[in-house]
Design a binder for this molecule. Structure first.
Ligand SMILES: *Cc1c(COP(=O)(O)O)cnc(C)c1O
Length: 231
Protein backbone atom coordinates (compact mmCIF):
# COMPACT_ATOMS: atom_id res chain seq x y z
CA UNK A 1 0.00 0.00 0.00
CA UNK A 2 1.30 3.44 -0.87
CA UNK A 3 1.25 5.83 2.02
CA UNK A 4 -0.29 9.15 1.15
CA UNK A 5 0.84 12.04 3.35
CA UNK A 6 -2.77 12.66 4.38
CA UNK A 7 -3.31 9.34 6.10
CA UNK A 8 0.11 9.07 7.74
CA UNK A 9 -0.93 11.05 10.85
CA UNK A 10 -4.09 8.97 11.16
CA UNK A 11 -2.12 5.77 10.91
CA UNK A 12 0.53 6.90 13.39
CA UNK A 13 -2.06 8.09 15.89
CA UNK A 14 -3.90 4.78 15.63
CA UNK A 15 -0.70 2.84 16.38
CA UNK A 16 0.20 5.14 19.26
CA UNK A 17 -3.28 4.45 20.61
CA UNK A 18 -2.67 0.69 20.38
CA UNK A 19 0.61 1.12 22.24
CA UNK A 20 -1.09 3.16 24.98
CA UNK A 21 -3.82 0.52 25.24
CA UNK A 22 -1.30 -2.32 25.57
CA UNK A 23 0.64 -0.37 28.20
CA UNK A 24 -2.57 0.20 30.17
CA UNK A 25 -3.59 -3.46 29.83
CA UNK A 26 -0.18 -4.45 31.18
CA UNK A 27 -0.77 -2.18 34.17
CA UNK A 28 2.28 -0.12 33.31
CA UNK A 29 2.79 3.63 33.26
CA UNK A 30 2.45 5.51 29.99
CA UNK A 31 6.04 6.78 30.15
CA UNK A 32 7.49 3.30 30.57
CA UNK A 33 7.44 2.48 26.84
CA UNK A 34 9.14 4.50 24.09
CA UNK A 35 8.07 4.12 20.48
CA UNK A 36 11.16 3.95 18.30
CA UNK A 37 10.14 4.77 14.72
CA UNK A 38 12.11 2.58 12.31
CA UNK A 39 12.44 4.68 9.18
CA UNK A 40 14.50 2.43 6.94
CA UNK A 41 13.50 2.83 3.28
CA UNK A 42 11.35 5.83 4.17
CA UNK A 43 12.30 9.28 2.84
CA UNK A 44 13.26 12.13 5.19
CA UNK A 45 9.97 13.91 4.56
CA UNK A 46 8.03 10.95 5.94
CA UNK A 47 10.13 11.06 9.11
CA UNK A 48 9.54 14.81 9.38
CA UNK A 49 5.80 14.15 9.13
CA UNK A 50 6.10 11.50 11.84
CA UNK A 51 7.99 13.92 14.06
CA UNK A 52 5.06 16.32 13.71
CA UNK A 53 2.86 13.55 15.17
CA UNK A 54 5.01 13.61 18.30
CA UNK A 55 7.57 10.90 17.52
CA UNK A 56 11.12 11.90 18.47
CA UNK A 57 13.09 8.63 18.56
CA UNK A 58 14.12 7.31 15.14
CA UNK A 59 15.93 4.09 14.32
CA UNK A 60 17.90 3.22 11.20
CA UNK A 61 19.53 -0.01 9.99
CA UNK A 62 21.71 1.21 7.12
CA UNK A 63 24.40 3.73 7.93
CA UNK A 64 24.65 5.63 4.64
CA UNK A 65 20.88 5.99 4.45
CA UNK A 66 20.78 7.14 8.06
CA UNK A 67 23.44 9.80 7.58
CA UNK A 68 21.52 11.32 4.69
CA UNK A 69 18.36 11.55 6.75
CA UNK A 70 20.17 12.96 9.76
CA UNK A 71 21.59 15.72 7.56
CA UNK A 72 18.20 16.45 6.01
CA UNK A 73 16.47 16.58 9.41
CA UNK A 74 19.21 18.22 11.48
CA UNK A 75 16.94 21.13 12.47
CA UNK A 76 14.58 18.74 14.30
CA UNK A 77 15.32 17.68 17.91
CA UNK A 78 15.42 13.95 17.18
CA UNK A 79 17.19 11.12 19.00
CA UNK A 80 18.83 8.66 16.61
CA UNK A 81 19.19 4.95 17.29
CA UNK A 82 21.26 2.53 15.21
CA UNK A 83 19.51 -0.84 14.90
CA UNK A 84 21.43 -2.50 12.06
CA UNK A 85 24.41 -4.83 11.98
CA UNK A 86 27.48 -2.93 13.19
CA UNK A 87 30.50 -3.47 10.94
CA UNK A 88 33.85 -2.88 12.60
CA UNK A 89 34.92 -0.36 9.97
CA UNK A 90 31.80 1.76 10.58
CA UNK A 91 32.04 2.14 14.35
CA UNK A 92 33.57 5.62 14.32
CA UNK A 93 30.72 7.20 12.40
CA UNK A 94 28.16 5.33 14.48
CA UNK A 95 29.84 6.46 17.71
CA UNK A 96 29.78 10.05 16.48
CA UNK A 97 26.30 10.25 14.99
CA UNK A 98 23.96 8.18 17.18
CA UNK A 99 22.69 8.34 20.75
CA UNK A 100 21.89 4.62 20.96
CA UNK A 101 23.15 1.38 19.41
CA UNK A 102 20.79 -1.60 19.88
CA UNK A 103 22.81 -4.25 18.10
CA UNK A 104 26.09 -4.80 19.94
CA UNK A 105 26.94 -8.51 19.90
CA UNK A 106 30.73 -8.65 20.33
CA UNK A 107 33.19 -7.09 22.77
CA UNK A 108 35.44 -5.90 19.97
CA UNK A 109 32.65 -3.73 18.56
CA UNK A 110 31.84 -2.29 21.98
CA UNK A 111 35.53 -1.50 22.56
CA UNK A 112 35.72 0.36 19.28
CA UNK A 113 32.55 2.33 20.03
CA UNK A 114 33.94 3.23 23.47
CA UNK A 115 37.27 4.38 22.04
CA UNK A 116 35.61 6.38 19.29
CA UNK A 117 32.77 8.05 21.19
CA UNK A 118 33.58 11.79 21.19
CA UNK A 119 34.56 13.16 24.60
CA UNK A 120 32.15 16.09 24.37
CA UNK A 121 29.18 13.75 23.82
CA UNK A 122 27.18 12.02 26.55
CA UNK A 123 27.82 8.28 26.92
CA UNK A 124 26.60 6.17 24.02
CA UNK A 125 23.60 4.09 25.10
CA UNK A 126 24.12 0.40 24.35
CA UNK A 127 21.85 -2.62 24.11
CA UNK A 128 23.25 -6.09 23.61
CA UNK A 129 21.42 -8.03 20.92
CA UNK A 130 20.64 -11.56 22.08
CA UNK A 131 20.04 -14.40 19.59
CA UNK A 132 17.45 -16.20 21.73
CA UNK A 133 16.72 -19.04 19.31
CA UNK A 134 20.30 -19.39 18.02
CA UNK A 135 19.12 -18.61 14.50
CA UNK A 136 21.96 -18.72 11.95
CA UNK A 137 20.39 -15.91 9.91
CA UNK A 138 20.21 -13.46 12.82
CA UNK A 139 22.80 -11.51 14.73
CA UNK A 140 23.17 -11.41 18.46
CA UNK A 141 25.21 -12.94 21.22
CA UNK A 142 24.41 -16.51 22.25
CA UNK A 143 22.52 -16.75 25.53
CA UNK A 144 25.39 -18.68 27.15
CA UNK A 145 27.86 -15.92 26.27
CA UNK A 146 25.67 -13.02 27.36
CA UNK A 147 26.79 -12.70 31.01
CA UNK A 148 30.48 -12.40 30.11
CA UNK A 149 29.79 -9.93 27.33
CA UNK A 150 27.53 -7.81 29.54
CA UNK A 151 30.08 -7.73 32.35
CA UNK A 152 32.83 -6.64 29.97
CA UNK A 153 30.77 -3.99 28.16
CA UNK A 154 29.57 -2.53 31.47
CA UNK A 155 33.21 -1.75 32.33
CA UNK A 156 33.92 0.28 29.19
CA UNK A 157 34.21 4.06 29.38
CA UNK A 158 32.07 6.39 27.21
CA UNK A 159 29.34 3.73 26.97
CA UNK A 160 26.25 3.22 29.10
CA UNK A 161 25.07 -0.37 28.97
CA UNK A 162 21.29 0.11 29.09
CA UNK A 163 19.87 -3.33 28.37
CA UNK A 164 19.04 -6.10 25.92
CA UNK A 165 17.52 -6.30 22.47
CA UNK A 166 16.07 -9.23 20.52
CA UNK A 167 14.46 -10.12 17.21
CA UNK A 168 12.82 -13.45 18.09
CA UNK A 169 11.50 -15.98 15.57
CA UNK A 170 8.21 -14.94 13.99
CA UNK A 171 5.28 -16.42 15.87
CA UNK A 172 1.64 -15.96 14.93
CA UNK A 173 0.29 -16.75 18.35
CA UNK A 174 0.55 -14.08 21.06
CA UNK A 175 1.31 -16.64 23.76
CA UNK A 176 4.32 -17.89 21.83
CA UNK A 177 5.43 -14.32 21.10
CA UNK A 178 5.27 -13.57 24.80
CA UNK A 179 7.36 -16.61 25.69
CA UNK A 180 10.33 -15.24 23.69
CA UNK A 181 10.01 -11.79 25.21
CA UNK A 182 9.74 -13.28 28.69
CA UNK A 183 13.07 -15.01 28.08
CA UNK A 184 14.76 -11.69 27.36
CA UNK A 185 13.19 -10.15 30.47
CA UNK A 186 14.46 -13.01 32.62
CA UNK A 187 17.96 -12.63 31.17
CA UNK A 188 17.87 -8.91 32.00
CA UNK A 189 16.66 -9.66 35.54
CA UNK A 190 19.44 -12.23 36.03
CA UNK A 191 22.07 -9.72 34.93
CA UNK A 192 20.64 -7.16 37.34
CA UNK A 193 20.62 -9.71 40.15
CA UNK A 194 24.31 -10.17 39.35
CA UNK A 195 25.03 -6.50 39.93
CA UNK A 196 24.24 -4.67 36.70
CA UNK A 197 21.47 -2.08 36.49
CA UNK A 198 19.87 -2.49 33.09
CA UNK A 199 16.69 -0.47 32.54
CA UNK A 200 15.99 -1.25 28.88
CA UNK A 201 14.34 -4.08 26.97
CA UNK A 202 14.32 -3.23 23.24
CA UNK A 203 11.77 -5.75 22.03
CA UNK A 204 8.62 -5.83 19.93
CA UNK A 205 8.14 -4.89 16.28
CA UNK A 206 5.04 -4.21 14.20
CA UNK A 207 3.74 -7.78 14.37
CA UNK A 208 4.30 -8.43 18.07
CA UNK A 209 4.66 -5.18 20.02
CA UNK A 210 1.61 -5.82 22.17
CA UNK A 211 3.05 -9.13 23.43
CA UNK A 212 6.40 -7.42 24.05
CA UNK A 213 4.75 -4.69 26.11
CA UNK A 214 3.00 -7.32 28.22
CA UNK A 215 6.44 -8.79 29.00
CA UNK A 216 8.08 -5.53 29.97
CA UNK A 217 9.39 -4.00 26.76
CA UNK A 218 10.62 -0.44 27.27
CA UNK A 219 11.35 0.30 23.59
CA UNK A 220 9.16 -1.01 20.77
CA UNK A 221 10.73 -0.71 17.33
CA UNK A 222 7.98 -0.01 14.80
CA UNK A 223 8.38 0.35 11.04
CA UNK A 224 5.52 -0.93 8.91
CA UNK A 225 2.89 -0.37 11.59
CA UNK A 226 3.66 3.36 11.53
CA UNK A 227 4.60 3.93 7.90
CA UNK A 228 2.99 1.12 5.91
CA UNK A 229 4.88 -1.38 3.77
CA UNK A 230 8.40 -0.29 2.90
CA UNK A 231 8.64 1.05 -0.67
C1 LIG B 1 13.09 -3.16 10.24
C2 LIG B 1 13.32 -3.35 11.69
C3 LIG B 1 12.30 -3.12 12.61
C4 LIG B 1 10.89 -2.72 12.23
O1 LIG B 1 10.23 -3.78 11.61
P1 LIG B 1 8.65 -3.71 11.33
O2 LIG B 1 8.24 -5.13 11.27
O3 LIG B 1 8.50 -3.00 10.04
O4 LIG B 1 8.05 -2.98 12.45
C5 LIG B 1 12.60 -3.26 13.97
N1 LIG B 1 13.81 -3.62 14.38
C6 LIG B 1 14.82 -3.84 13.53
C7 LIG B 1 16.16 -4.23 14.05
C8 LIG B 1 14.60 -3.72 12.16
O5 LIG B 1 15.62 -3.96 11.30
Amino acid sequence: MLMSPQNLPERINAVLGQVRQAVATAGRSAQSVTVLAIGKAQPPQTLADAARCGLSHFGESYLQEALGKQAALRELPLTWHFVGRVQANKTRVIAEQFAWVHTVERLKIAERLAAQRPFHAPPLNICLQVNLAAEATKGGVAVAELPALAAAVAQLPRLQLRGLMCIPPEEAEPGRQRAWFAQLRVLRDELNAGGLSLDTLSMGMSADFEAAIMEGSTIVRLGTALFGARP
